[in-house]
Ligand binder design. Structure first.
Ligand code: OSB
Ligand code: MG
Length: 369
């Protein structure tokens, strides 16, 4: 598949809800969108980095710079036999998995379209619907929390994840557990705790949580392993897993007994397949994470979540929860906690161009010289 040209855009999309986590409040997303053109086809990729490095280190402007100045010039005009060849061409550039993932995932879409197959089949998926839960931000009060939890359970979501931070943890989780004794409940700290908070974290053990997500440092494995040895509740790693190498070390250290996979955090689908294989061999259950994606990123996540190892409900909830209007034509909606995977070649969604145009802040077309 020859990459003939590319279009980069930065979009701004207002969220329907205020999303508060231990690292800040989000009310809109700034989205790097990539369209790759080759052999009469178009591949789409969506960045998940934010304007500021509050979740991981990468930023929209940093990724835009790398794609425009380094990655695209290296690849435009090249005939690449497969996505592995593209990953190989980007290997000299260190780190920056989210920036690489925008390109790698857009190329996977283009490559699957070239084969005339849906992406999930190219990746080796085994199902056409994906079990999903919701990730609920920190609410103003415990009463508000109980209300939003009830609403989402009624909508059929199969797991409730609550964002926590020191001072907003045991009490709110305990209230939710008492009100909904049967619910599958998890907590995500986004790195808000230190080892010194061990007594606080130990109290969560009595709540029957399915797992506690990323309690400690955003790049840490060792302290998570030490914490896991002290907790009954499984730890799930998110921020710390940025490559298959990190996953291998996490498995060896027993730094987490569950993994959150976000292809964009790992550098793309290829790296995610490696993590999937390692996790399967080690008996570690996976679930598909989310980064408040618009339709392109959400579709990519759904395709990857069809692999066998994704045995726990993911964070890929209905697009209509997030957006008044999405950037793709297709409605990505869950029913009874199941998300259908978009049909058709590649990721199976098409850009709603007039709307994309309206929310575009910046645009650049690059072609092979
Ligand atoms: O930690 O999983 C996270 C959103 C932005 C950054 C980090 C995270 C999240 C979510 C939201 O939890 C998941 C979603 O609904 O897309
Ligand atoms: Mg998380």
């Amino acid at each position: 598949m020859r990459i003939e040209a590319a279009e980069l855009r930065i979009l701004e999309l207002p969220l329907k809800f205020r999303f508060e986590t231990s690292f800040g409040v989000q009310t809109k997303r700034t989205i790097l969108l990539l369209r790759l053109f080759g052999e009469g086809l178009e591949g789409l990729g969506e960045g998940v980095m934010e304007r500021l490095p509050l979740y991981r280190e990468e930023t929209v402007e940093g990724a835009r710079y790398l794609l425009e100045e380094a990655f695209l010039p290296r690849l435009l005009g090249q005939d690449l036999p497969n996505p592995e060849a593209l990953a190989e061409a980007l290997r000299p550039f260190r780190g920056n998995p989210m920036a690489k993932a925008v390109l790698e995932m857009a190329f996977y879409d283009l490559f699957a379209k070239g084969l005339g197959k849906p992406l999930w089949q190219v990746l080796g998926g085994v199902r056409t619907r994906v079990e999903v839960g919701v990730s609920l931000g920190i609410q103003p009060t415990v009463e508000d929390t109980l209300r939003v939890v009830e609403k989402h359970l009624q909508e059929g979501y199969r797991r409730i994840k609550l964002k926590i931070k020191p001072g907003w943890d045991y009490e709110v989780l305990k209230a939710v557990r008492q009100a909904f004794p049967e619910a599958t409940l998890t907590a995500d700290a986004n790195s808000a705790y230190r080892m010194a908070d061990l007594p606080r974290l130990e109290r969560l053990d009595e709540l029957g949580l399915d797992y506690i997500e990323q309690p400690l440092g955003y790049d840490d494995l060792l302290d998570h392993a030490r914490l896991q040895a002290r907790l009954k509740t499984p730890i799930c790693l998110d921020e710390s897993l940025t490559s298959a190498e990190k996953a291998r070390k996490a498995i060896e250290l027993k730094a987490g007994l569950v993994f959150n996979v976000k292809p964009a955090r790992l550098g793309g689908h290829g790296e995610s397949l490696k993590v999937h294989a390692l996790a399967e061999a080690a008996g570690i259950p996976l679930w598909m994470g989310g980064m408040l994606e618009a339709g392109v990123g959400r579709a990519h996540n759904l395709h990857l979540a069809t692999l066998r190892g994704f045995t726990k409900p993911g964070d890929v909830s209905s697009a209509s929860r997030y957006w008044e209007e999405d950037i793709v034509e297709e409605a990505l909606e869950a029913e009874e906690g199941l998300m259908p995977v978009p049909e058709g070649p590649g990721i199976g969604v098409t850009l709603k161009l007039p709307f994309v145009e309206r929310v575009t802040l910046w645009r650049r077309y690059v072609s092979a010289s």
